[in-house]
Design a protein around this ligand. Structure first.
Ligand code: CA
Length: 315
């Protein structure tokens, strides 16, 4: 009736030949699930530094609208891919441990609903990885983890409890992942302490510093890591955005120089996603309230697209 009116919030311009990446997300209707599920775990009260990472799931979903579904590098279009969006897990307003239990329980429930699906979990701070993996692993058997991170996240629990500095220690100590099946990629100088490097080594954790990423090449590291994890039933990829140099990821609470460039991270994700065993991924540690021009959320959206691309290339 009114040709120049549009729904509030809808894009001003639409090109009939372009599918926007946010159109791939279809809200869960309570019945139907696709082969890829996405869910938000908006918890950041567990962060040891100031963090608004609880706002990241929505910021990342929104950042998908900056992209099309067409990959010029592979010649592939993701327009026929459907990602079931389960929404966000409701956090307890004051009780961090209760929030983490809600995450573990909900992830276990949704994964049980569709055990064959690939899962993308949007944090939140890095503490969410412990409950997410705990819930996910119940359907998977023996698992391996590939962690992109500037930090070990193997801190002791006595000083602060289940913070974003402890998820991998908690997973190892709970026996959910064996230390020898955890690979840490992108560890940075002056961002860790000797005690935690030693602890990781004692547990058999494989560690690649950022220096090694550039000396060996990310492709070699991914191939070696997946070779090492060939005996596990499923591999979980955890992407702490602070693995990136501060120039690429200004929206991370723990920014620092000398980190990974965004192209290397995106390449790593597309390589990993091609492996059948890689069945879940989280993206954590983005605080949209301190981000600049949504730069960090845009990389997260791009990480999702590279994951989808890798999964589609596989078949
Ligand atoms: Ca981390």
């Amino acid at each position: 009736m009114f040709p120049y009116l549009k729904e509030a919030g809808k894009a001003n311009f639409q090109d009939r030949y372009v599918t926007k990446a946010n159109e791939l997300l279809i809200s869960w209707d309570g019945k139907h699930c696709s082969s890829i599920g996405l869910i938000g775990a908006p918890l950041s009260k567990s962060s040891i530094s100031h963090s608004g990472a609880a706002f990241a799931p929505q910021a990342i979903r929104q950042a998908l609208s900056f992209y099309s579904t067409y990959s010029i590098e592979s010649g592939m279009d993701l327009a026929d891919v459907t990602v079931t969006d389960y929404g966000d897990i409701v956090m307890h307003p004051t009780d961090i441990a209760a929030s983490q239990r809600r995450i573990a329980e909900t992830i276990e429930q949704v994964v049980a609903l569709q055990p064959e699906s690939m899962w993308i979990v949007l944090g939140g701070d890095h503490s969410i990885t412990c409950p997410v993996v705990s819930g996910w692993q119940k359907q998977k058997g023996t698992i391996g983890i590939i962690q992109f991170d500037a930090h070990h996240d193997l801190r002791n629990l006595e000083d602060g409890g289940p913070t974003n500095g402890t998820p991998f220690r908690r997973l190892i100590e709970a026996g959910i992942v064996d230390g020898s099946r955890l690979v840490q990629i992108g560890l940075r100088d002056f961002a860790n302490s000797r005690a935690y490097t030693e602890y990781g080594k004692q547990c058999g954790v494989t560690m690649y510093t950022i220096e090694e990423v550039y000396c060996l090449s990310i492709q070699t590291i991914i191939e070696k890591s997946m070779q090492m994890l060939s005996g596990v039933d499923a591999v979980y990829v955890s992407v702490d955005m602070d693995v990136l140099d501060q120039a690429f990821a200004p929206g991370c609470p723990a920014i620092g120089p000398g980190g990974m460039d965004s192209r290397t991270l995106l390449h790593a994700i597309s390589l990993l996603a091609r492996y059948d065993k890689v069945q879940a991924m989280d993206i954590v540690e983005i605080d949209p309230t301190i981000d600049f021009r949504q730069m960090t959320s845009r990389i997260a959206a791009s990480v999702i697209l590279q994951f989808l691309k890798g999964k589609k290339e596989r078949v």
